[in-house]
Design a protein around this ligand. Structure first.
Ligand SMILES: [Zn+2]
Length: 350
């Protein structure tokens, strides 16, 4: 007859089996299985501990001490093995993700300002330097501010040139930044010295020099003794600041409903220097902006007394200036979003 196994002998065998299995566990999952097998709630060692009650008092004390020691020894072995397996796993994954430090770095592309915005900021910088303040007006304007208050009543022929997008009855997408003149004069007494950068919209057919949505910078200077000489001095200084000190300027009489007298400012052609070329259509001059002395009717609409104040106003197309300044032939490339074109402006000032 087989003698029942001595409990302490069984315990010793269990401990040495467990140690062996812990050491041969090849993965964290294997190791967890070993832990459950011996130390889990229904584990072999746990089972022996439960059976302690069946032993005699002396044996119980002896075996109990042994089993508890074995339990903590095995826990420690499992922890050690777990750490070793984890380290091995991390090293393996590090190896997989190994980096070739001799490879050239991946260049991170940095965005840059759009040439139109660069141009606009350059324009603004010049006028801010002269003491103008920058304000903004809404893109959706009342027909009144956009036309009537600027001395362009319904019947006025120049209203046809501004083919507009109507938003609702009496509301248009502004066709120029000039309505901001009305807004600023209505909101404060003279003197006024502001520039108004912003987007405008006209129902033009897009071509090399027209786009439907474009940027303008408007300027308005009103005080008690502003003269045409102030206008000429200010805008000539502006043109030389933007296009270079050698630039020659001329003021050519023109017509705008909201200024009287009105003029257009031309600069000597940047390509041929005035000799005549394709860009300047052989005239030696290129048009830069429109300007004039604020029309008395505009002052009246804005609530100013034209007998006591005078002023000048000007407006320029930012895209047009960008074309001239950067030597771009077709305005549409500004809005084609072709990165090969846009990247040429990376790192440029403003
Ligand atoms: Zn030219």
């Amino acid at each position: 007859m087989k003698r029942p196994m001595d409990p302490s002998e069984e315990a010793r065998r269990l401990e040495s089996d467990a140690k062996e299995e812990i050491l041969s566990a090849k993965s964290l999952e294997d190791l967890e299985a070993v832990r459950v097998k011996y130390l889990g709630r229904k584990g072999l060692l746990t089972g022996l501990l439960r059976k302690l009650g069946e032993a005699g008092p002396d044996e119980r004390r002896e075996l109990g001490r042994f089993l508890n020691a074995a339990k903590s020894a095995l826990s420690a072995e499992i922890d050690a093995r777990k750490a070793a397996l984890k380290a091995a796993r991390d090293e393996a994954s590090l190896h997989e993700e190994s980096v070739d430090i001799t490879l050239p770095g991946r260049a991170r592309e940095i965005g840059s300002r759009h040439p139109t915005i660069k141009m606009m900021r350059e324009i603004m910088e010049v006028f801010l330097g002269m003491g103008f303040t920058s304000i903004e007006g809404p893109e959706i304007e009342t027909e009144y501010n956009n036309f009537d208050a600027l001395n362009t009543p319904e019947w006025h022929p120049s209203r046809d040139e501004h083919d507009s997008f109507y938003v609702a009855d009496g509301l248009v997408l502004r066709t120029h930044t000039s309505p901001a003149q009305i807004r600023v004069m209505k909101s404060q007494p003279a003197p006024v010295r502001v520039i108004v950068p912003g987007r405008c919209h006209r129902r033009d057919t897009p071509d090399a020099s027209h786009v439907i949505s474009f940027y303008q910078v408007e300027g308005l200077y009103v005080d008690y003794e502003v003269s045409m000489a102030d206008l000429k001095g200010t805008l000539a200084a502006f043109a030389r600041e933007i296009f270079g000190t050698e630039t020659r300027v001329r003021f050519r009489p023109h017509f705008f409903p909201f200024t009287e007298p009105s003029a257009e400012l031309d600069i000597s052609c940047l390509v041929c220097g005035g000799k005549g070329c394709r860009l300047c259509k052989n005239s030696g001059w290129v048009e830069v902006l429109g300007c004039g002395m604020v029309h008395p009717n505009v002052f009246r609409h804005a609530g100013y007394d034209p007998r006591s104040v005078t002023g000048f106003a000007f407006g320029m197309g930012v895209e047009r200036l960008a074309l001239l300044k950067y030597g771009i032939e077709n305005m549409r490339v500004l809005y084609d979003n072709d990165l090969r074109f846009l990247k040429q402006f990376q790192g440029m000032h403003a």
